[in-house]
Design a protein around this ligand. Structure first.
Ligand SMILES: Nc1ncnc2c1ncn2[C@@H]1O[C@H](COP(=O)(O)OP(=O)(O)OP(=O)(O)O)[C@@H](O)[C@H]1O
Ligand SMILES: [Mg+2]
Length: 476
């Protein structure tokens, strides 16, 4: 259990001393200040989580200090210390955000009780918040389904990362393979599970805001910064930060993350003090980081630091053994969600699921099952309500068994390849696949090249060779 930091501010030496003795004995980290100036300095250096604050100080008004402290850190707990004669200032202080007040003269044991309770309340508030936010998603974390050897390896790695409190974990895999579920599973199976899990999608946030989100800012750091703000590295203290889509993080931010990893410290924007950080970083991406490093889009030194405990998630097409258990699991979940009573899936429909290659991986399969369950009037899922691409794959098998002379195109929509009876130009097949890959990723060459397991240079060469005009965009 880490020690909570309490700052005692009172101009009476005896008050400071007795409170400090008692709180230290109760397991708190305590510092004292006997003036407003000293209190401000300790607020900045010691970063207290709670302040016991005398209303009357020789050089400052406690209520003003209260405003100041709350302005810098809205989570800070402030208990005002007032003489009974000062009841008005106490009420005033409560109105503007003090958490409680203590009348002088006081009984030290009673204060201990109030301090304990205030921390308890704060913790509870934080937990309730967290619980609400996480409830739905947390429900997911234990439901990482799969019994293929590749998934069993994933489960083993999750266990190791959680149990050894690995500080940096890298999760790799195509879109929809379950990277976020893995990140949550690590967090919620580890000793950090009671602390926050905070995710940030590096691709979805403009570069200028990303730094603010990660590290927070001090009041006045820029024009609109009227209050200080905790970034996720601070808010997730003791827990985990999930840096999703780290491949899309701008190079400048990569340098800053590397610094945080190395120094275990950071500063808020506009801040002058270092803040220690104790978070686990779980980074994920669907991009080919080594390739990006080669091409200068990702820092080699950061990749090196991240790539220690690495969990690769295979695409669903490479672990089709997982399909039946995933199908059953989705039926169970969707039955609950939609109040349905679907009993199972027909063998022909399951065959379709097996033959399809799932470019969108488990997410696409979940969506397909959801659609089929919504439309299916009976109690067995049939292939009738899968979309055409998935159904075509089921049919491809039948055709393969008895090839007709008028075989359709070599590359079916789902990527299943049949050699036509009178052969085909391999170049034609290649061209079609490149066309499809570029279309799937909106012309993003890095992603298209990854998907085709070729380097971006090779893809560029092919694009030129086949004379695709502006099909490819020079991305990233
Ligand atoms: N092994 C699994 N078992 C059960 N559900 C899964 C599994 N893998 C993925 N899913 C489900 O698939 C969907 C996508 O998963 P998730 O968001 O974790 O993927 P991702 O790899 O983070 O994708 P993206 O790169 O697009 O963010 C979610 O609905 C998730 O619950
Ligand atoms: Mg994700």
């Amino acid at each position: 259990m880490r020690e909570h930091r309490v700052l005692v501010v009172d101009d009476e030496k005896l008050v400071c001393w007795s409170l400090s003795q008692m709180l230290t004995g109760a397991g708190y980290a305590v510092q004292t200040a006997m003036s407003g100036a000293e209190a401000r300095a300790k607020f900045t250096d010691f970063i207290p989580e709670m302040v016991l604050l005398d209303v009357r100080l020789p050089d400052a008004n406690g209520v003003e200090l209260l405003k100041e402290f709350k302005g810098h850190d809205e989570d800070i707990v402030v208990l005002m210390i007032t003489a009974y004669a000062d009841a008005d200032s106490a009420v005033n202080a409560l109105k503007i955000g003090a958490d409680d007040y203590i009348g002088k003269p006081f009984d030290v044991e009673n204060i201990r009780h109030i301090v304990d309770q205030s921390f308890e309340k704060k913790k509870l508030r934080k937990e309730v918040d967290l619980f609400r936010r996480e409830l739905r998603k947390k429900y997911d974390y234990d439901n990482l389904i799969g019994n293929s050897p590749k998934m069993i390896e994933v489960f083993k790695m999750i266990k190791v990362c959680a149990e050894t409190d690995a500080k940096i974990v890298l999760v790799l895999g195509e879109s929809g393979t379950g990277k976020e579920l893995v990140a949550r599973a690590i967090h919620y199976h580890s000793a950090r599970s009671q602390e926050p899990f905070i995710e940030i999608n590096c691709a979805a946030i403009p570069e200028t805001l990303l730094e603010n989100e990660l590290f927070g800012h001090e009041r006045g750091a820029y024009t609109d910064a009227s209050k200080s703000h905790k970034g996720i590295f601070e808010a997730a203290a003791g827990g985990s930060v999930f840096l999703d889509e780290i491949g899309d993080m701008p190079l400048q931010m990569q340098a800053k993350i590397l610094k945080v990893i190395d120094a275990k410290k950071f500063r808020r924007l506009g801040g002058s003090r270092d803040i220690d950080t104790d978070v686990r970083i779980i980074a994920a991406t669907n991009q080919d980081l080594p390739l990006m490093v080669k091409e200068g889009g990702f820092r080699g030194d950061l990749f090196f630091r991240l790539n220690v405990m690495t969990i690769p998630l295979a695409p669903l097409r490479e672990r089709k053994e997982d399909i039946p258990s995933l199908a059953n699991y989705f039926i169970l979940r969707l039955n609950e969600e939609y109040g349905r009573g679907v009993a199972g899936i027909s063998p022909a429909a399951l065959e379709c699921l097996h033959r399809y290659d799932w470019p969108g991986n488990v997410r696409e399969m979940r969506n397909a099952m959801e659609r089929a369950m919504m439309l299916e009037p009976g109690t067995m899922i049939s292939q009738e309500f899968f979309n055409q691409q998935i159904r075509n794959c089921g049919q491809a098998k039948a055709k393969e068994a008895s090839p007709s002379v008028h075989e359709p195109p070599a590359v079916s929509e789902c990527g299943y390849i049949t050699l036509p009876p009178d052969g085909i130009s391999i170049e034609e097949v290649e061209k079609k696949l490149i066309e499809q890959a570029l279309a799937r990723f909106n012309g993003n060459q890095t992603k298209a090249a990854n998907c085709l397991r070729m380097s971006r240079d090779t893809l560029r060469y092919r694009i030129k060779k086949f004379g695709f005009q502006s099909a490819g965009r020079d991305d990233d």
